[in-house]
Write a protein that binds this ligand. Structure first.
Ligand SMILES: NC(=O)c1ccc[n+]([C@@H]2O[C@H](COP(=O)([O-])OP(=O)(O)OC[C@H]3O[C@@H](n4cnc5c(N)ncnc54)[C@H](O)[C@@H]3O)[C@@H](O)[C@H]2O)c1
Length: 362
């Protein structure tokens, strides 16, 4: 089996995919790139990589024939440009969430995907975290019966994140940066969300720390078949202790059962198929969290790059792909507009305004 050459752009959270690449028999870490030279040196030392593996020049990384796939971990507003450049250089792409930060560049991204013939996968890491993977397995086995309601949330005390200069710029929105995790859960189960209503606010802590946009959200939505969903998140204040709340969860309600995946304590609970059980995956803590604390996602990335490599090997399309990622961005844009106007917003209308109607799943 030929190993895939991984090039990593953006070495903050990009640290996790370097660890994942080095930990996988399917991958070889071929090159790193960041405009911050000191950070580049730090990562080379951390992972024992040779000096020549780092560059500050993205074009040089893209020109390297040893790089087959570029993993993109730059600030949200740069993803579209970086994805297009990687595809134009003939590379496959794994791009972290949020895939893009507004729909203005969506058609250019789709054109670049089509022209390149390369694969693009959005790195929706939470899909690849054990409790949520297990929940998906149960869903696919059909033990919940007919799914009719999904509730997802992601809360985090991310005041530390606001030390990053780009987090206090007008381009940065927690609606995309944070809420993209639970919104992706909703679309994983209810891909055809048609309409959303909700509220958003900038919390007192958000204002104090110089945040430009809202950091606290409550939304409800429905899909084309009348099923309903709820999404919430708050990012600039204390969170409930993990003994009582896992900070990120996804609840599926079906006619024959119910299940809940929980981020912290790697926990999954369900009542279905004549059983009621709580499973934990705490034994996998070292796989998921490799740098102390819970601020990086190396294990999830390990799981998704191995999935990506398996898909390429079998000629299958890795998911979520660019089209699915863009519809999720359209839903987040609809949420943004609903919060601003106080009115329900239709996802199809947002897509139509950007000439993207064909992406709405049939
Ligand atoms: N669970 C997840 O999937 C997860 C978790 C955390 C962060 N992220 C995502 O990762 C991305 C990066 O977040 P972060 O926390 O690492 O931010 P960060 O600011 O710590 O890191 C971004 C890096 O990109 C570099 N950079 C900026 N512009 C560049 C350019 N033009 N060329 C090359 N390098 C450039 C910066 O120097 C910096 O080192 C964001 O999109 C964020 O949403 C995803």
């Amino acid at each position: 089996m030929k190993k895939l050459g991984l090039g990593v752009l953006g070495l903050g959270e990009g640290r996790s995919i370097i660890s994942a690449g080095l930990g996988s028999p399917r991958w070889r870490v071929a090159g790193l790139c960041d405009v911050n030279e000191a950070l580049g040196r730090e990562r080379l030392a951390e992972f024992g990589l040779p000096t020549k593996a780092f560059t500050t020049d993205y074009d040089a990384l893209l020109a390297d024939p040893k790089v087959d796939v570029v993993g993109i971990y730059t600030p949200d507003h740069l993803h579209a440009e970086h994805v297009i450049r990687a595809l134009s250089a003939g590379k496959h792409v794994i791009c972290t969430k949020p895939f893009i930060d507004c729909l203005d560049s969506a058609r250019k991204v789709l054109d670049a995907v089509k022209k390149s013939g390369r694969e693009v996968m959005v790195g929706q890491s939470s899909r690849f975290f054990a409790p949520f993977t297990r929940q998906r397995e149960h869903f696919e086995q059909g033990i919940l019966g007919e799914l009719y309601c999904v509730e997802a949330c992601y809360n985090a005390d991310h005041r530390w994140f606001l030390d990053k200069p780009w987090a206090r710029e007008a381009g940065f929105k927690w609606l995309y940066g944070g809420l993209s995790h639970p919104v992706d859960f909703i679309r994983w189960y209810l891909p055809r969300i048609t309409e959303v209503s909700g509220y958003a606010m900038r919390s007192p802590n958000g204002k104090k720390h110089g945040l430009v946009h809202a950091d606290t959200f409550q939304f409800v939505m429905k899909d084309a078949d009348g099923r309903v969903a709820r999404v919430s998140g708050a990012y600039s204040g204390p969170v409930v202790p993990t003994a009582r709340d896992s900070n990120m969860s996804c609840v599926l309600r079906g006619t024959e059962g119910v299940s809940q995946g929980d981020y912290y304590d790697l926990r999954y609970a369900y009542k279905a198929g004549g059983r009621s059980a709580v499973e934990t995956f705490e034994d996998q803590d070292d796989h998921y969290f490799r740098f102390g604390g819970h601020s990086h996602h190396a294990g999830e990335y390990q799981n998704y790059i191995d999935y990506f490599a398996r898909c390429l090997g079998r000629g299958e399309k890795p998911r979520p792909d660019a089209g699915e990622g863009i519809v999720t961005v359209a839903l987040m844009q609809a949420m943004d507009e609903a919060a601003a106007s106080g009115q329900p917003v239709k996802v199809r209308e947002v897509l139509a305004r950007h000439k993207l109607s064909r992406l709405f799943p049939r």
